[in-house]
Design a protein around this ligand. Sequence first.
Ligand code: G6P
Length: 444
Amino acid sequence: MVKGIKITTIGGGSSYTPELVEGFIKHYDELPVRELWLVDIEAGKEKLEIVGNLAKRMIEKAGLPIEVHLTLDRRAALENADFVTTQFRVGLLEARAKDERIPMKYGVLGQETNGPGGLFKGLRTIPVILDICKDMEELCPNAWLINFTNPAGMVTEAVLRYSNIKKVVGLCNVPIGMEMGIAKLLDVDHSRIKIDFAGLNHMVYGLDVYVDGESVKDKVIELLTDPNNTSFVKNVKGLGWEPSFIRSLNLLTCPYHNYYYKTKDMIEKDIKKAKEEGTRAEVVLKLEKELFELYKDPNLAIKPPQLEERGGAYYSEAAVRLITSIYTDKGDIQPVNTQNNGAIASIPNDSAVEVSCVITKEGPKPIVIGDLPIAVRGLVQQIKSFERIAAEAAVTGDYDTAVLALTINPLTPSDTIAREIVDEMLEAHKEHLPQFFPKKEAVK
Ligand code: G6P
């Protein structure tokens, strides 16, 4: 008998889980999942129960023989898994709110994956993912790790650099969101759109874009000069590009580029918004409460449309199409975070990049693009340096390395402000940063 596929989802109590379950249901013919293990920690127990029961109802309604297991025992969940997906948030949304609020006090961007917020989310997350990698080595050494936890680029970098897990893919919904957004702009079905992606996570560019294999880049660039057309994810509202800039750049930008090319305007907008309605984490906290109330309804057996108000739309599409292509050795092209291996000339071969890849049972094979255009090369390299130094700080718990990472980040105005922010954020996140606060040996 063919062994069914076992999927383990760490952070299974996340409000995103119904997305994933919907994907497994839709693609069951190609990807026959037999066991889905949703794992969470004690603090997430209640959410795990609620979302897990909804997952069970969704699967029952679809009439599929997928067993759903809910557990707090990560090791039991990992045993013999074929795919491990990670979508956890160390310190929950409350920690994200601090990542957003604290930098704002210094007039710096407060965002979960960019600038100080990205650094601190990385510092909290990397030790945990490396611990998961150690468990995987022992309990499911052949499994693929599909990481969705942010900052996804930095986390993939850390896994490649500091763990023995080689079968790792970092996944983000931004590229698929850009494809969907452009399909909508051009009023064509998403399946007809292809973009050549290159760059890093949340720092990815579209080098070209095609409909049915024919380049439509000029037309799309023209459409992107319209301020209403530049936002492809729910949580980052762009402000619109200067037409002369976007024409001469001649690349498709991702929503996160707003933070780098419109830094001052975006910070002012976010600070104003935080005063009026709260930071994104605070807004999402409210949204989550509503979502979980809906999830509790025993008559609900589908993914509620309200979930699409979260930034993670198309997550399931991206995750399930990736897992399916690895499982079926499909050889199609998808944008993911993987080891560069010469795909982008100016990035080290052993670093993580976000590029279009051919997906086979051996994993993603990046498509070689040569070098990035000179106008963006430096920024991409700078962010890569930031990610690498931040990952090093996460592993060593070294204070000076953390300050260095933040100082070289292009969103930081000065070395002193970097140090002040690091000091305040280390204190605020103390509980989730044990590597920076080693327990003192008891004095005899
Ligand atoms: C987008 C980004 C993700 C991010 C999400 C946040 O999808 O690609 O990296 O986690 O938005 O959404 P939220 O609704 O939590 O702000």
